[in-house]
Design a protein. Structure first.
Length: 133
């Protein structure tokens, strides 16, 4: 099993570099067109992925670091955790209100059906008004 480990690592590196190249926007690819990078990654199994990861795309400066002097954008869109995103929280409130209204309708329908069943069991001669909760 250990003798297959180098092949598995090379395959994993190639797959990672291939997917990374495909997901990289065209304006962040350096030195060669994206299609050429894909071909290099696939044809040169060890060297291609390593060269792509080392020089193939612009790397972003970590938050708090210095900005590049070439005028390129310094960071991608910052993702916000769902519990900090006001739009997401608002959408949850809307869904919650819809769910509560649906639940109330179902409960009212269930109460109505229970009352009908009680009336049928009593022979339909029950003069007591239905109870509401």
């Amino acid at each position: 099993m250990l003798r297959y480990l180098p092949f598995i690592l090379i395959l994993a590196l190639t797959i990672y570099a291939f997917i990374d190249c495909l997901n990289t926007p065209e304006d962040e690819v350096k030195h060669l067109p994206k299609v050429v990078w894909v071909i290099i990654i696939l044809l040169f199994s060890i060297v291609g992925p390593i060269v792509w990861l080392a020089t193939g795309k612009r790397r972003h400066v970590p938050a708090g670091g210095s900005t590049p002097s070439h005028g390129h954008r310094t960071h991608r869109t910052q993702w916000v955790a769902p519990d900090d995103n006001p739009e997401f929280l608002q959408s949850l409130k809307g869904e919650n209100e819809k769910d509560e209204a649906l639940l109330e309708d179902w409960e009212a329908d269930l109460r109505r059906r229970e009352e009908e069943l009680k009336r049928r069991e009593n022979g339909g001669n029950d003069d007591t008004p239905p109870q509401s909760s």
